[in-house]
Design a protein around this ligand. Sequence first.
Ligand SMILES: *[C@@H]1O[C@H](CO)[C@@H](O)[C@H](O)[C@H]1NC(C)=O
Ligand SMILES: *[C@@H]1O[C@H](CO)[C@@H](O)[C@H](O)[C@H]1NC(C)=O
Ligand SMILES: *[C@@H]1O[C@H](CO)[C@@H](O)[C@H](O)[C@H]1NC(C)=O
Ligand SMILES: *[C@@H]1O[C@H](CO)[C@@H](O)[C@H](O)[C@H]1NC(C)=O
Ligand SMILES: *[C@@H]1O[C@H](CO)[C@@H](O)[C@H](O)[C@H]1NC(C)=O
Length: 789
Amino acid sequence: MLCIPLVSVLLGLVLTLTSSVSAIGRTHDQAVLTSDMSTHNLPFWLENIKHQGTAPFNSDADTYQVFRNVKDFGAKGDGKTDDTAAINAAISAGARCGLGCDSTTTSPAVVYIPSGTYLVSSPIIALYLTQIIGNARAPPTLLATKSFNGLAVIGINLVHANPYIPNGWGAQYYINQNNFFRSIRNVHIDLRLVPASAEATGLHWQVSQATSLVNVVVDMSTEKGTKHRGIFMENGSGGFMGDLVFNGGNIGMHVGNQQFTVRNVSVNNAATAVQCIWNWGWTFQDVNINNCSVGFSLATGGTTADKQGVGAIAIIDASIANTPIFIQNTNPTSSLAGSLVLNNIHLTNVPIAVHTLSDNGTVLPGTSSPTTPLTIASWAQGNVYKGTSGKSEFVKGKIPNPRKSEELLDHTSGTRKGRLFGRGHPQYEECDVDEFVSVKSEGAKGDGRSDDTQILQGLFDKYSGKKIIFLDAGVYYITNTLKIHAGARVVGEGWSVIMGGGPAFQDVKNPRVMVQCGERGSKGFLEITDVVFTTKGPAPGAIVVEWNVNSHVQGGAGMWDTHIRLGGSAGTNLQTNVTNSDLLSNAAAYLAMHITPQANGYFEGTWIWLADHNLDGKTDQVSLYSGRGLLSESKGPVWLVGTASEHHVLYQYYLNHAENHYMGLIQTESPYWQPNPPLPAPFTFDTSFTDPDIVGQTSSWGLVVRKSKDIIILGAGLYSFYSAYTQACINSKSCQSQLLNVDSESEGVSVYSLSTVGVTSQLSVDGQSVIPAVQNLNGFADTATFWSL
Ligand SMILES: *[C@@H]1O[C@H](CO)[C@@H](O)[C@H](O)[C@H]1NC(C)=O
Ligand SMILES: *[C@@H]1O[C@H](CO)[C@@H](O)[C@H](O)[C@H]1NC(C)=O
Ligand SMILES: *[C@@H]1O[C@H](CO)[C@@H](O)[C@H](O)[C@H]1NC(C)=O
Ligand SMILES: *[C@@H]1O[C@H](CO)[C@@H](O)[C@H](O)[C@H]1NC(C)=O
Ligand SMILES: *[C@@H]1O[C@H](CO)[C@@H](O)[C@H](O)[C@H]1NC(C)=O
């Protein structure tokens, strides 16, 4: 999976490189990454590619600078100079969205940090719509000074101390549930100069959808009684993070958020690896914990919304070693609070697997053997259901294993055997800048107005499989189907936007694909990173993304940090309510994303969002219409890791004749205006897409599974917060009657850790309620721990 036209001269180089790049992730390698690494002199392509990205809808579009290298703002990275002000200057230059600004799509920034050691004395504030990217070949170190003053080395607000203690001062810039579009990659944060007695934190990461952490290492003090923390997150509505390493500290991850997906995290030598404050549902996939006192500490026991505790945790594929307790519940769990799912867990010298703090009781013993691992195949605490029987059984014990096809599992041998396959955001660090082609250098405008369809198509025809196609920051307007061929690698810059509009996308009776990824039946690679797909409204006949490509290499076809964002932002023409009865004049799409039968794919962090409120200007709510969210008919393998789909009319996720899907965690919301008018208005049922047409349903489905096989849903947060814009229905669980339907012709469907809000029935079979939410009260949400067909 190296660069395609790799010159053989480079090959030797690549091999050295790969070994030192992985040094950052090596759990046993806790040495500070110094700037004399052998790779230091090898430039990362992002540093050297011509920077000509623009923000066309910015009020100062002609001069606004998207890419910022911190060294151009005076940072030295020499391990001696305090670089805090310079890095913050790089982030805040131009009119950025900070205090007093809820959100933006018009002032993006890519803040690049070359290799080196940067002294930091107070927080680096990652403003809204910022990507902070370190050199992926030799990640920079942010070294907190001895007298570091602030909550975290990288934060999202100006918080100079703990905002929740009386004398702490700081400011919350953003509404936590609306804190979208941010990413931090390839940074090493070192807290070890800060006294262990200070509550120093690596990252304050209080975020929502379309956010990611990728390849981040935090080194902390290992002194007895250390107060250091890797991440602190008190709220939000996330989100995805992955490829993380925490060494030392009191707590690796100190986290509370509605829902989140974490993939590939290692915690070594911390007192508590992961401390969960509250949530409705979190999924952890691929976890390694070594030499901690407690693996997961869960604040369980809150049964009411105002005393929200840890609602639901699902952990799949974990190795825990030399740690006295793997999981610790604060309070005894009951069917009313604290759902837990464990799958494929290996314990080595972990005497207690599950423990309860308040009554000092072992719920599940582990093993004291330092050599022979104990495997927990599938275990749960919570309410378990089967088939069409609505009978719940409260278990603290074994539950059935999901049917996991070989195709979904990692094919490398060794310790990863049996784990789900995962692949982090490709960054092409092994590629030379010559292997990229910039679409702007080749004539594309990206100015949000000019029609770029033909020029982009020409470039995709010419360069797919030959060059990595760099979509310089900008908004590329297209007026007909754009074909991204198999073999293409497409890289955006701070979320480059492809926006379709015009007559081609108007016919609701004849919907047309806007971006076609591979043609039906095509095979090969196709990788898309850091791109947003949107439409210029109205576009009631747009199928925004059609995914056809099939890669025989696992994870070779996929999208990372790539989103579908419809309406609610500058340039989309969809920022106000309609004033007439033609609701389709406020339609943003017919179908947001379609994975077709022969395709497969890996999608990490993808957010498929029809705006419920405006991101630019006044952030008021807005009634927009998108017919359908994600439809998959793929036979797999399909991995949906940390994805969400929100506010589409008929469904958020629909699996039709699909097979071999892993979905963890999925999050949905129904449109706020439903059931006024009821579904499928303003669209009509379409038999060519086998639209689910289940009698009595007036609000959108979160998930429909039809005639499908071997589907694993590991964590779902399916929410209905409104009925015709009113919220009284949340407490009475009556915003809608049902939102997850599986038909009885499907087989091998397993749903774990299902949390719902505002809905009467959590799961239905053939349109008949099976799981009444009242059986599963769990704080603000209701959680059914396991259901299978
Ligand atoms: C997990 O993350 C580490 C650190 O970034 C990385 O070296 C490793 O390749 C990742 N593993 C997988 C399976 O993604
Ligand atoms: C969560 O986020 C909001 C900002 O939306 C903040 O004002 C609030 O106090 C936060 N903290 C907690 C603990 O709820
Ligand atoms: C285990 O963790 C403790 C506490 O952080 C530390 O003192 C000890 O050196 C660690 N052991 C190993 C083998 O890393
Ligand atoms: C908890 O139980 C264990 C084993 O019975 C015992 O050794 C330990 O002292 C107890 N801890 C507390 C705080 O009661
Ligand atoms: C659109 O209508 C909704 C529901 O009446 C209202 O809450 C919202 O403020 C309106 N938005 C705008 C932009 O007028």
